[in-house]
Design a protein around this ligand. Structure first.
Ligand code: GAR
Length: 215
């Protein structure tokens, strides 16, 4: 049985598009049920509705309390029978109540090798620090920002000629490969949390797909 996913976005939605593309394969273990944005003008909403997926455009500013905003998201996810929630550039911290309810069914992608470089402006900080290898991470979400058990990561070399634009484009490319792979592992029940670490039942080729540098 394919799992229903809900995708939460705030803007461009390129990771959302990579998940939708993966879900368009009938053999993929998940299908896109709804896309929800906290910004009504998010470009990703248009892409999702053109792909025939239900969308919900919210404005977090309309809600006085974070709990009220999260309750609306939660109700929409339930309405669409969502099994797994994927944050894809969703730039709002979710309340502990929401995170607890969706515990181990709520995943996020972040453009660094967590726990290094949580937060924003990651590629500026990576270049400033002279880091040689960066990458991206898909993890189960906990209440703290960009924290939680790690499902998959991809490594991306930092080149001496890199600008923020060049590096972020290369990391984004790795994000688009690793997020569908991580979702597949979760949807197939092959990524399990034990003592706040993720145990994975691998197919033979998957680890290679995750760690090959994405130049
Ligand atoms: C992506 O790089 C994603 O990893 C990042 O926002 C970007 C969204 O781009 N997320 C975070 O920084 C979460 N802490 P997209 O809208 O094109 O997917």
């Amino acid at each position: 049985m394919r799992k229903n996913i809900g995708i939460l976005i705030s803007g461009r939605g390129s990771n959302m598009a990579s998940l939708i593309a993966a879900c368009s394969d009938i053999d993929f273990p998940a299908k896109a049920a709804v896309v929800i944005s906290n910004r009504p003008d998010a470009a990703g909403l248009d892409f999702a509705s053109k792909a025939g997926i239900a969308t919900l455009a919210l404005n977090h500013r309309d809600y006085e309390e974070r709990e009220d905003f999260d309750a609306v998201i939660d109700a929409a996810l339930e309405e669409h029978n969502v099994d797994i929630v994927c944050l894809a550039g969703f730039m709002r911290l979710l309340t502990p109540g929401f995170v607890d309810k969706w515990r181990d069914r709520l995943i996020n992608i972040h453009p660094s090798l967590l726990p290094a470089y949580p937060g924003v402006n990651i590629h500026d900080r990576v270049l400033d620090d002279g880091v040689r290898i960066t990458g991206c991470t898909v993890h189960f979400v906990r209440a703290e920002m960009d924290a939680g058990p790690i499902i998959a990561q991809a490594a991306v070399p930092v080149l001496s000629t890199d600008t923020v634009e060049a590096l972020s484009a290369r990391v984004l490319n790795a994000e688009h490969r690793v997020y569908p792979l991580a979702l597949k592992l979760v949807a197939e029940g092959r990524a399990r949390v034990a003592s706040e670490r993720v145990l994975i039942d691998y197919d033979e080729l998957e680890p290679a797909a995750m760690f090959v540098p994405a130049l």
